[in-house]
Design a protein. Structure first.
Length: 364
C-alpha cells in the first residue's frame, strides 16, 4: 500500500534532530557549531537562498558567519578565504553559494573546501569520480570545452512535435541547445516549435515530443551482458521520468526495416582503436559500451492537464466534466532536457564505479 509522505513534516523532523544534535554539542563539548556562508556577487536568487539557509541554521541553533564578496572578486582571493576558513577551528562548515561569477572556476573552488567542512557534499562526489576518471587515457573522453568537468559530454536536443530538427550531432554544442527556450539545437526549427507550442496553448491543448540524447567519449566496457545491461539501466532511468512513454537506442524501431546484413555495424581499425563504420547499435552492443557515441531517444507524452473540458468520472462514480485551471506547461519537452541529462549522469557514474570495483577497467 502506498504511503503519502508529508514533505514539510519530514523536513521539520530533520531540523528538530539537527537542533537536538547542536544543543548536545554545545552542552557536552562546549562547541558552538558555526557555518561560514560565502556569497560572491549580487545574484538575486543566491541572496534569497543564502538568507533562507542562514535563517534555517539559526533555527537549528547553529551560528553563521557571512562573507560577502564583490562581483569582480578574483579566484585567488576567494581561494585564500576558503583556505583561511579550512584552517579556522571555530568554523565547522563551509557553504559557497553557486553559481559563481564567470571569472571564477567553480570546480577549483569546490575542490578547495575541506571535505569535513563541505556542507553541500558537492566536492565529495566530484573527488570520488575524479579519482577514477583521471586515471583514464585522454582519448577515452572528448570534452567539448575547458569547462566540461566530468569529461563525459552530454548532448541532448530536440522537440519533435509535428516538426523535426535537422541537426549534425557530431557538431552540436551545449551552447546551441541552450540558445533558445525550447532547447533545440536547430534555431530555425526551434522557432517552428515555439509557434506550435503557443498555438496549442491558445487552444487549451498540449503537445508531446522526443528528446534525443548523444553521449560522447564513453569508455569501452561499461555495462554487463545480462543483469546490468547499460542500455537497460538507461532505459529504466529514462522511463522513471514523469510523462515518458517510450525509449529507443541506436536504430530503434526503424531497425526492423533492415536485414541483418544492412543493420550490422562493421568493425575496422582506426589506429590502435577498434571502431564501427556505422552506429546502428547506438554505442552499446551486448549490453556493453563499445566506445562509439551512445545515442538514444525518449518519448514524452502531451501534458495531461489541459484547459479544455474533457469527460471524466467523479470520486462518487458519476460522469462529469474536467477542465484544467492555473499554470500548466503546454509542452514538457524543454523541461525534460535537463532531467534526461541528470539521469544519464547518474547511470554512467554508477557504471563507472561498478566497473572500477569489478573489473578495474579504469586502471588498465
Amino acid at each position: 500500500m502506498a504511503t503519502n509522505i508529508d514533505g514539510k513534516a519530514f523536513a521539520a523532523k530533520i531540523r528538530s534532530q539537527v537542533k537536538e544534535d547542536a544543543d548536545k554539542l554545545i552542552a557536552n563539548k562546549q562547541v558552538d557549531p558555526c557555518l561560514a556562508v560565502v556569497l560572491v556577487g549580487e545574484n538575486p536568487a543566491s541572496k534569497v537562498y543564502v538568507g533562507a539557509k542562514t535563517k534555517m541554521a539559526a533555527e537549528c541553533n547553529i551560528k553563521t558567519k557571512d562573507y560577502k564578496l564583490d562581483e569582480d572578486t578574483d579566484q585567488e582571493t576567494l581561494l585564500k578565504l576558503i583556505k583561511m576558513l579550512n584552517e579556522d577551528t571555530d568554523i565547522h562548515g563551509i557553504l559557497v553559494q553557486l553559481p559563481l561569477p564567470k571569472q571564477i572556476d567553480e570546480r577549483s573552488v569546490i575542490d578547495a573546501i575541506a571535505v569535513e567542512k563541505d556542507v553541500d557534499l558537492t566536492g565529495i562526489y566530484d573527488r570520488m569520480t575524479q579519482d577514477i576518471f583521471f586515471e583514464l587515457p585522454l582519448d577515452f573522453f572528448e570534452p567539448t570545452s575547458k569547462n566540461d568537468e566530468y569529461l563525459i559530454d552530454f548532448q541532448i536536443h530536440g522537440i519533435k512535435a509535428l516538426v523535426e530538427a535537422n541537426i549534425n550531432l557530431d557538431e552540436l554544442t551545449r551552447e546551441q541547445i541552450e540558445s533558445n527556450i525550447v532547447r533545440c539545437g536547430d534555431g530555425d526549427t526551434a522557432e517552428k516549435m515555439i509557434e506550435l507550442i503557443k498555438e496549442a496553448r491558445s487552444e487549451g491543448n498540449s503537445l508531446g515530443g522526443i528528446v534525443e540524447c548523444i553521449i560522447k567519449g564513453v569508455p569501452v566496457g561499461l555495462g554487463d551482458p545480462v543483469f546490468d545491461k547499460l542500455e537497460a539501466d538507461l532505459a529504466k532511468a529514462m522511463m522513471s521520468l514523469p510523462a515518458t512513454k517510450g525509449f529507443e537506442i541506436g536504430s530503434g524501431f526503424k531497425g526492423i526495416e533492415m536485414t541483418g546484413k544492412e543493420h550490422n555495424d562493421e568493425f575496422y581499425m582506426d589506429g590502435e582503436r577498434v571502431r564501427t563504420k556505422t552506429n546502428r547499435s547506438g554505442g552499446i552492443q551486448g549490453g556493453i559500451s563499445n566506445g562509439e557515441n551512445i545515442i538514444f531517444r525518449v518519448a514524452f507524452k502531451p501534458t495531461a492537464t489541459i484547459m479544455t473540458e474533457q469527460q471524466t468520472v467523479s470520486q462518487s462514480g458519476e460522469d462529469t466534466q474536467l477542465k484544467g485551471r492555473g499554470r500548466h506547461d503546454p509542452c514538457v519537452l524543454p523541461r525534460a532536457v535537463p532531467m534526461v541529462d541528470a539521469m544519464v549522469a547518474l547511470v554512467l557514474a554508477d557504471h563507472l564505479l561498478l566497473n572500477q570495483a569489478q573489473c578495474g577497467l579504469i586502471n588498465n
